[in-house]
Design a protein. Structure first.
Length: 428
């Protein structure tokens, strides 16, 4: 009964995650709950919308031109590759999965081509990709500074930064719960920060970002643990964007945008509809095959298959995984693998019954003796998916990721869910 209760809870959670954002029941409108909470100064948020790739929903096409005039010919290729890796890191920090980033050369010009799936705030993406936040700590040179020119550089900059992350003010003061940016310095930066705060007790130490004064707090005591906080009128999005820029560091060469345009779904809505219809028809055929061949046991396997689909889609939403057509193919392929596990189990049960075992004993032995074959076949599939994910890119990685999720969930449903349902039906 404990396993059945666990399965029921998983089905309820999956149904809530997969329900529409809002739907009406008569005059009552229900809204899907969001995952939005703070824990240990960190905010966890999921909008629970299904993320689709460029091939399914389109997105934005950006072309950047790299300025290589200040870089030697021998270092140009390395700098372009470094810029590409840096941009990809920044885009992934925005929460946009599976960006397509390519480099090209037109004459003597080097270009970076960036395609983002489903991105809405283009200006924010352009700003984050193309800018670097230059952090600078300065100490006052007068007793009561009143302008930016009253502060002198201390030598502590963003180069001494190890990590920046979004945090939230705690306590009962007016600013409690407001987002701030927490800084953690490198060992060398920690020593610099300790020296700066030690010699400026009772004086202001200003924090500048891109030569703009952010804040100038008064040092109350020496800070020796290498941690600081940038506070201000930040929204959560502002604080997140600032941490992305600080963590990503400087681009190895200047870039400027020369083209920006929206792109539609590369497959077209008709191709997407046909693919989804094909997947639905395949699922119906599989369910009929199981019922016709195995009767009641096949029907229970079909129920387990529905549970598998609910849990898999829930995990895909929660990670979240950007779903391309290749990813959908990986999910459908894992459906067949889930049914394959049940077929092995049911055939072993048939053998046990032919050997004269009682029904309940045949059920238990069928699961036990089929497990080794199921385990080995799924491990080999997981190894293949891991290789595809490690060495692949773009849609190939999406296919590998959805296939991995499907395999792991199918192991749970084909063994635990099917076994629990069979025990419930045949326990007498």
């Amino acid at each position: 009964m404990r396993q059945l209760l666990t399965i029921l809870i998983l089905v309820i959670i999956s149904s809530i995650v997969l329900m529409p954002p809002a739907f009406a029941i008569g005059s009552l409108t229900l809204y899907r709950p969001r995952i939005d909470f703070s824990l240990a100064g960190k905010r966890f948020y999921r909008d629970l919308e299904l993320k689709l790739g460029l091939d399914l929903q389109g997105g934005t096409h950006l072309v950047y031109q790299a300025d290589t005039s200040q870089i030697s010919d021998s270092d140009t290729s390395k700098s372009i590759d470094a810029a590409r890796a840096n941009i990809e890191r920044r885009i992934n920090s925005l929460g946009v999965a599976e960006p397509i980033i390519q480099t090209s050369k037109v004459g003597n010009d080097y270009r970076l081509i960036v395609e983002l799936a489903g991105i809405k705030d283009i200006n924010q993406a352009i700003q984050t990709i193309g800018q670097t936040a230059q952090l600078d700590f300065r100490e006052s040179r007068v007793a009561t500074p009143s302008a930016a020119t009253d502060f002198l550089p201390t030598g502590l900059t963003g180069a001494d930064l190890r990590l920046a992350q979004v945090q939230f003010n705690s306590g009962t003061q007016q600013a409690a719960g407001q987002p701030v940016v927490g800084l953690e310095f490198t060992p060398e930066g920690t020593k610099k920060f300790s020296d700066i705060t030690s010699r400026n007790i009772g004086r202001q130490v200003a924090i500048f970002l891109d030569d703009q004064l952010v804040m100038n707090p008064v040092v109350q005591n020496a800070i020796t643990d290498g941690r600081a906080v940038i506070s201000g009128s930040f929204t959560i999005d502002d604080a997140k964007r600032l941490t992305i820029q600080l963590n990503a560091g400087a681009l190895p060469l200047p870039i400027k945008i020369i083209e920006q345009r929206n792109v539609g779904a590369t497959l077209g809505s008709q191709s997407i509809t046909k693919s989804l219809v094909a997947g639905g028809v395949g699922l119906v055929i599989i369910c009929l095959f199981m019922f016709i061949n195995y009767g009641l046991k096949g029907l229970l396997a079909d129920i387990a298959l529905v549970v598998y689909i609910l849990i898999s889609l829930t995990i895909i939403k929660l990670i979240p995984v950007t779903l391309t057509l290749a990813g959908i193919a990986g999910l459908i392929l894992s459906i067949g693998m889930a049914v394959d596990a049940n077929i092995l189990i049911f055939e072993r049960i048939k053998e046990e019954l032919r050997w004269g075992r009682p029904l309940t004993a045949a059920l238990e032995l069928g699961f036990h003796r089929a497990w080794n074959s199921i385990r080995d076949s799924n491990i080999s599939s997981l190894i293949t998916a891991g290789i595809l994910f490690w060495f692949g890119s773009g849609p190939v990685r999406g296919f590998a990721l959805t296939l991995t999720v499907g395999i792991l969930v199918s192991l749970f449903t084909s063994i635990n869910v099917t076994k629990s349902l069979l025990r419930l039906v045949y326990r007498k």
